[in-house]
Write a protein that binds this ligand. Structure first.
Ligand code: CUA
Length: 343
């Protein structure tokens, strides 16, 4: 009896730990964890979570049955001083059939919902918004082919409407993941992958690249702004109007910022609708002022953070492909003022 006590203690400790972990799961799913797949915000994410929970319960069932049988056997058939050698058994056809059939049945419990949901997810809705996602080291391009414009790092979509994504990469393999809206899908060079999601509530949803893609993989973040249909339509209209060349700003700082942008290397890499800046190497900046973040979701979009980025991109995002243009503080504040009015 003395010998087996530590074993019981350990099993007891494991059970307590498991129970605490299980209890902690719903708490961890609260909105204070904006990238938790355990807190789904749309039908696709809910289907996928349902599948996960099913698998967890099957695993819990197996654990309980196996742990109980093991505990029972350890107590009931433990060796006692003076016991004779146990009966030696070799092969038992009946037992072997049983322990093959039971796992098959358990696997069916997981396989049937998995296949059903896989078909459900592949069944992309007919209507909805189409966004073409392009992964770059280390930011995201979001093209709206039907509406005819491009944005970056922050996708804006209407609430309660399916969003259909076609996705590819400009360089290496990335993975598109917004945990509260849908599971990850790889973004692969030379191949177009598809997925869809739908958000049930307006709000800001956070995501990030989920496939190691180089130095700033961890800084390749994104945000999905889910807004009402009216707000979305207004934004689309505004973005389409932005293609019309804008008059030079009456604000002298903004005008100077625009001039610096157009006459420096900025315009060679970035596009701003309605101006001569038509670069496609870096993120489209046509609506930079209305985005909530700078540097692909790394920093909140404040004048200070934008200035820090322009001052030294590599310091903010190691490996960033945007060169340090060695701008003066005056040039930086003019550029910040200009970028801030782009909406
Ligand atoms: Cu892109 Cu990791």
């Amino acid at each position: 009896m003395e010998r087996i006590r530590p074993v019981f203690l350990r099993i007891g400790q494991s059970l307590v730990t498991l129970t605490l972990l299980t209890l902690a799961l719903p708490a961890a799913a609260s909105s204070t964890y904006p990238q938790s797949a355990l807190h789904p915000a749309g039908p696709v994410a809910k289907m996928q979570l349902g599948l996960f929970i099913t698998s967890v319960w099957v695993a819990v069932f197996i654990f309980v049955v196996v742990a109980s049988a093991l505990t029972f056997a350890m107590i009931r058939f433990r060796s006692r001083p003076g016991d004779p050698e146990p009966k030696q058994i070799e092969g038992n056809a009946k037992l072997e059939v049983i322990w093959t059939i039971i796992p098959v049945i358990l696997l069916l419990f997981i396989a049937i919902p998995t296949v059903t949901i896989s078909f459900g997810l592949a069944d992309t809705p007919e209507d909805g918004v189409h966004v073409h996602v392009v992964g770059y080291q280390w930011w995201w391009g979001f093209e709206y082919p039907e509406e005819g414009f491009v944005t970056a790092n922050e996708m804006r979509v209407p609430v309660g409407v399916p969003v259909k994504l076609t996705m590819e990469s400009a360089d290496v393999i990335h993975s598109f993941w917004v945990p509260r809206l849908a599971g990850k899908v790889d973004v692969v060079p030379g191949r177009v992958n598809t997925m869809w999601f739908q958000a049930d509530e307006p709000g800001l949803y956070y995501g990030q690249c989920a496939e190691y893609c180089g130095t700033s993989h961890a800084n390749m973040r994104m945000r999905i702004q889910v807004v009402s249909q009216e707000e979305y339509d207004a934004w689309v209209q505004e973005r389409q109007l932005a293609a019309v060349p804008a008059a030079v700003s009456t604000d002298s700082l903004v005008a100077r910022g625009q001039e610096i942008f157009m006459t420096s290397a900025c315009a060679a890499c970035h596009n701003i609708d309605g101006t001569e800046a038509a670069g496609r190497v870096g993120p489209d900046l046509s609506d930079m002022g209305s985005r909530t973040s700078v540097a692909a979701g790394m920093l909140e979009n404040t004048p200070e953070n934008m200035a820090a980025w322009l001052r030294n991109p590599q310091q903010v995002k190691p490996g960033a492909l945007m060169p340090n243009l060695n701008l003066s503080e005056d040039e930086i504040s003019a550029l910040v003022a200009y970028l801030n009015v782009l909406k």
